[in-house]
Design a protein around this ligand. Structure first.
Ligand code: NAD
Ligand code: DAU
Length: 351
């Protein structure tokens, strides 16, 4: 499909920024990207360094809230948006447990606003892609995989808000014929992930000799996908997926949290041998469990594999080395994103 003006929401976040880079640098996409991001604590314009300079005619950024319906409408019409790739969300489960309100607002109301505009601009908007999560399906026991037919059973305010937004997207296809796509993906990791999530948090704490807080018994299982593989999957689905359909995306890399943390410790010990000779596994600290902590996620992604010929390129062992290497080489990015100065800089540059 030819897309001339793609609205990417949340393009300054972890996956959104990787997706914009991927689209611009590694595909034959020739249109313009209109990136709309509220720049919350998780949104960082530095993630897109070089993009506006290298693609001045094909990249536009607006600091804007997807919950601001009037502003969103103006952006759609000003740029004649013909496709939407919707990443913007509050994304961290622990934060949703402490303060659910923002999740309900952005993830549900924000998605509703965008769908309403897409519905009214139905003659020109030829795609609404919702980037969603496997967490909508709830938790698995020791056996089985999430398929596209698995009933929704979200357990956290975050996953419930994503489930609600998925349902709205589906309803706008069924009721109004909006040409939608939903992808439900497993846990991503890789460059530019905010260091509140398991993998970057553990890399940085282990590097700095700080405690590594593992929730509960550490035996919860996630299926890990390198972020660039996710970006490639999204692009594949946009190009060839059937409108109105849902596609599960996974990494074929199920691991217990404790195994992930051990691996990070061992790789860091290899690259930066610990001064006192005591390996970084000694920093692991079992802490109180997350309330409602889903035990296991695992994805059946046969549909995207068989129908669209997508398969993840990275294994966990190749992807985690690339990720550790990236965090070690990008100390300034880490310092900036952790500092209050960074928030002040955003206020000064983007108002
Ligand atoms: P992130 O938290 O790193 O980035 C979210 C981005 O959205 C930030 O740039 C933030 O500023 C922006 N944003 C938040 N509220 C906004 C609002 N009201 N208006 C405009 N912009 C707003 O999240 P991520 O990990 O990159 O996740 C992106 C999307 O992918 C989310 O929808 C998430 O549910 C989904 N997802 C994430 C994962 C994962 O493992 N990280 C896996 C599957 C699906
Ligand atoms: O499955 C996809 C989802 O993956 C996305 O939809 C979410 O946006 C994304 O944040 C992620 O959710 P998780 O809750 O699985 O990710 P998180 O990195 O927060 O935690 C991964 C696992 O590690 C989980 O079992 C909780 C555990 N954990 C996490 C942190 C931050 C710890 O044991 N210690 C920690 O300090």
């Amino acid at each position: 499909m030819i897309m001339k003006n793609v609205l990417v929401t949340g393009g300054c976040g972890f996956i959104g920024s990787n997706f914009i880079r991927y689209l611009m640098e590694e595909t034959d996409f020739a249109g313009r990207i209109v990136n709309v991001d509220k720049l919350t604590y998780a949104g960082n314009p530095e993630n897109l360094q070089g993009i506006s300079e290298n693609y001045p005619d094909r990249y536009v950024f607006h600091k804007a809230d997807i919950c601001d319906a009037d502003l969103m409408r103006k952006i759609f019409y000003d740029y004649d948006v013909d496709a939407v790739c919707h990443f913007a969300a509050e994304s961290h489960v622990d934060r949703s447990i402490r303060r659910p309100g923002g999740f309900i607002h952005t993830n549900i109301l924000g998605t509703f606003n965008l769908l309403e505009i897409a519905r009214k601009k139905r003659d020109t908007v030829s795609l609404f892609h919702h980037v969603s999560t496997d967490e909508v399906y709830g938790s698995l026991g020791e056996e089985g995989l999430f398929t596209e037919e698995t009933p929704y059973r979200p357990n956290s305010p975050y996953s419930a808000s994503k489930a609600a937004s998925d349902h709205l997207v589906r309803a706008y296809h069924e009721t109004y014929g909006v040409p939608t796509l939903i992808t439900n993906c497993s846990n991503n990791y890789g460059p530019y992930q905010f260091p509140e999530k398991l993998i970057p948090l553990m890399i940085l704490n282990a590097k700095e000799g700080k405690p590594l807080p593992v929730y509960g018994d550490g035996r919860n299982i996630r299926d890990w996908l390198y972020v660039k593989d996710h970006c490639e999957a999204i692009w594949t689905v946009i190009q060839s997926g059937s409108r109105g359909e849902t596609y599960n995306i996974g990494g074929a890399s199920e691991m217990e949290n404790i195994a992930v943390v051990n691996m990070i410790c061992d790789i860091l010990d290899e690259i930066l041998p610990p001064a006192q000779g005591q390996g970084r596994r000694s920093l692991i600290t079992f802490v109180k469990d997350r309330p409602g902590h889903d035990r296991r996620y695992a994805i059946d992604f046969t549909k995207v594999q068989d129908e669209l010929k997508w398969f993840p390129r990275e294994s966990f062992s190749t992807g985690i080395r690339k990720t550790i290497d990236w965090y070690l080489r990008n100390g300034t990015w880490v310092e900036n994103i952790r500092s209050g100065e960074y928030q002040a800089w955003i206020a000064e540059h983007y108002g």
